[in-house]
Design a protein around this ligand. Structure first.
Ligand code: DX5
Ligand code: ZN
Length: 216
């Protein structure tokens, strides 16, 4: 499986957002992770499709994963696809028919992905596994950056990896030089990191170090 490191711009300096996106690209990150929050789904708000469009404008070749922490992602899929999302991640806990929405995402030319919260049993993903290109296992309760990695989420990664050897499995929340290798051992191959990477003056050194720790 291809290892990918994805900085989350939730932790970027918003006063210099365009430069922060370019800094992540220049650091050798594989893709950008963009967190959309709806306060009826998580206890916070972030930004909307305009920021996805900004990322496309400043760094057109830098792949954009869009994480929709939204109760009704189905109402906004077209907006995010038009803004330049290349993968759209929807929560299994959302209030919509995910069979339909995963198909709609693919029909828009965007890769569909599923996300699962810490408190949700992993078996709930089973009916959808053939329909998503990737599963994001939340390793914190979604809603803000800088939280502690929840080791109790690791069995979900192993469960998914044993059933789907070719699936991209991503983690999000609390990623750092200690927790990324632990998640990798459990079977994850894509790693979102917000505060850890944007907090580093030399993001490239931090990404290179993560890759070394994963044996790359
Ligand atoms: C959390 C978001 C994450 C967040 C991770 O709700 O989905 O993408 O940016 O932040 P860190 O890496 O600081 O835990
Ligand atoms: Zn996220």
């Amino acid at each position: 499986m291809k290892i990918q490191i994805l900085p989350s711009i939730l932790a970027a300096d918003y006063g210099h957002l365009a430069d922060e996106i370019l800094r992540a690209e220049a650091a050798g990150a594989d893709a950008l992770h963009l967190d959309m929050m709806d306060p009826s789904f998580v206890p916070n708000m972030s930004f909307g499709p305009d920021i996805v469009a900004l990322a496309r404008k400043v760094a057109p070749g830098f792949y954009r994963h869009v994480h929709l922490m939204m109760r009704r992602p189905d109402l906004y899929l077209e907006d995010f696809a038009k803004a330049g999302a290349q993968t759209i991640q929807v929560h299994i806990e959302a209030d919509c028919d995910l069979h339909t929405e995963l198909k709609r995402i693919r029909a828009m030319g965007v890769k569909p992905a599923l996300v699962i919260n810490p408190e949700t049993p992993v078996e709930r993903l089973a009916p959808y596994l053939g329909e998503a290109d990737e599963v994001l296992v939340m390793t914190v309760h979604p809603g803000r950056g800088g939280q502690k990695f929840m080791v109790e989420c690791l069995p979900k990664i192993s469960w998914l990896r044993s059933r789907c050897p070719g699936l991209d499995i991503m983690i999000d929340g609390g990623a750092n030089a200690e927790t990324v290798p632990i998640a990798f051992k459990a079977g994850a191959n894509q790693f979102v990191a917000g505060s850890y990477l944007f907090g580093k003056a030399d993001m490239k050194a931090a990404i290179d170090d993560l890759r070394r720790r994963l044996g790359e």
